[in-house]
Design a binder for this molecule. Structure first.
Ligand SMILES: Cc1ncc(COP(=O)(O)O)c(C=O)c1O
Length: 481
């Protein structure tokens, strides 16, 4: 290791990224402050403060934080808003703790974000997973449909809440209004992870917000597409199904006692920006992306995930997010992303087999759309007739189904663990979640039995090139001791 203490590897890397100045088709959605001039106003060392007299207290707000939260609640159409300085993650965990008691059931898609897993572990809840349905020809899982949710509600009438992801990472939403009505009819709570949907509802061609579709509570990743600083997010409550006092108590347990006022002020400023300029920005975003999508269709070799690729029973597609299949160019998504960055000056959000995801936000304009198109034209021109091998989403093995749960996620997480060679793991109980990306399905959750089918799936997804999260040592599995 280089122990030269004058070096600052992180600072150097950040400055190098800024100097390179790629088109940022990734999160955070303020895109380096472009379009969000308010950030330049607040990112100053002199404003890096925490709770001093006059600046209120995030744990029990009664002054400026309370006012800013009330303005956010009003703008997002909720009854109560809480500012989050540890991302949507803290909000999701607090909602789990505020709605579910130990041993109670919560219904959710299998591919929820790991923040929900953490919330389930903390709360001692029992997850009930909705069926997994892979999107044909694309390496991701479709949102659950209303029939699947209805079946789960019927077979688990004692469940207390249902989590929905609105939208998922690819921009696909479930039919939330229909699902919410069924959930409420049974007296359950609809909790929504809207981490990627802060810009929803700003334009008729964007999906409506979860609150407008009946969510009792949602978290909004304001740093993802809403213009705020990284880690800044908002939790919104609507109605009385989720007790706001319980949410506040649990947020106080989970969040730092020294919240950064840069993050908090960025939430305040981003909310005001969305409220005053959001509809104009969203209209420009929608028009720009429509044009980009139309022109991508004419390039040849690149397919853009569109609403027509999705079955009718899902909700909407957030068309501002571009999920591109570049397999027709004879290259993998990872290779395309590498070339886009190195040769054409574009950094995308994510890349896998033959796909990549680019995230546009209300900070982007026609200029960014044109720059991306120019880069894609360069990519296409540079690789025609390439003979590179492409890993196809069709080659992803089929999900083998849920392994049996032997312990609750909390019990498994609190139990000491040991590592066993993968081949000896069958019959053991997983101590940690192992998730394959793509397609983003947890193969086991903590507490689930490692079955032959699940192990064989793990090996097959690895063989086709999927990444695996939750593996501490290659070839070994962490199981309950
Ligand atoms: C669907 C989803 N939910 C929740 C989160 C967690 O959000 P945060 O990073 O704001 O903690 C993420 C993060 O990427 C996410 O993709």
């Amino acid at each position: 290791m280089d122990c030269d203490q004058s070096r600052r590897p992180m600072v150097e890397a950040l400055l190098a990224y800024r100097a390179e100045s790629p088109l940022r088709l990734h999160i955070p959605g303020h895109k380096g402050g472009r379009g969000t001039s308010f950030l330049r106003e607040i990112i100053r060392p002199s404003l890096d403060l925490t709770e001093v007299p006059g600046l209120d207290d995030l744990g029990s707000p009664a002054g400026v934080i309370a006012q800013a939260q009330d303005l956010a609640a009003d703008f997002f159409g909720s009854d109560r808003a809480f500012f989050l300085v540890n991302g949507c993650t803290a909000g999701i965990q607090a909602l789990c703790l505020a709605t579910v008691r130990p041993g109670e059931e919560v219904i959710m898609p299998r591919n929820v974000h790991r923040a929900v897993l953490a919330g389930v572990i903390l709360a001692g809840a029992i997850p009930v997973f909705l069926p997994v349905r892979e999107a044909p020809g694309w390496p991701f899982v479709l949102p659950p449909n209303a029939d699947e949710v209805a079946a789960a509600l019927n077979s688990h009438p004692q469940a207390v809440a249902v989590w929905m992801v609105h939208p998922d990472y690819h921009g696909v939403t479930p039919a939330l209004a229909e699902i919410g009505a069924m959930v409420h009819q049974r007296g359950m709570i609809l909790l929504v992870d809207e981490a990627h949907g802060s810009h929803f509802g700003l334009h008729p061609d964007l999906p409506p917000s979860a609150l407008s579709l009946g969510a009792d509570a949602c978290v909004k990743g304001m740093h993802k597409t809403g213009g705020a600083l990284t880690q800044a997010a908002i939790l919104c409550l609507q109605g009385t199904r989720v007790e706001s006092g319980r949410v506040a108590r649990n947020l106080a347990l989970l969040q730092t006692s020294s919240p950064s006022y840069l993050l908090l002020a960025s939430l305040d400023a981003a909310r005001s920006w969305l409220a005053t300029e959001g509809t104009v920005r969203a209209a420009e975003l929608v028009g720009m992306v429509r044009e980009v999508r139309r022109k991508i269709a004419g390039l040849g070799g690149i397919r853009c995930l569109g609403a027509g690729d999705l079955p009718g029973e899902v909700g909407r597609l957030d068309e501002s997010r571009l999920c591109l299949d570049v397999g027709g160019l004879g290259m993998t998504g990872v290779e395309a992303a590498r070339r886009l960055r190195r040769v054409h000056g574009v950094q995308v959000e994510y890349a896998s087999f033959r796909h990549l995801i680019g995230v546009f936000s209300p900070s982007d304009t026609r200029r960014e759309g044109s720059r991306f198109l120019k880069a894609l034209r360069g990519l296409v021109a540079g690789v025609r007739n390439s003979k590179e091998g492409v890993v196809d989403a069709e080659r992803l093995p089929s999900w083998p189904g849920l392994p049996p749960a032997r312990l609750s996620p909390q019990a498994a997480s609190l139990t000491p663990s040991r590592l066993v060679p993968e081949g000896e793991g069958v019959g053991e109980i997983a101590a940690v979640a192992v998730v394959s990306y793509p397609p983003g399905i947890p193969i086991f959750w903590p507490g689930e039995e490692i079955t032959m089918g699940a192990l064989s799936y793990l090996r097959q997804v690895r063989a086709v090139g999927s990444g695996l999260q939750g593996i501490r040592k290659p070839g070994w599995l962490e199981v309950c001791a």
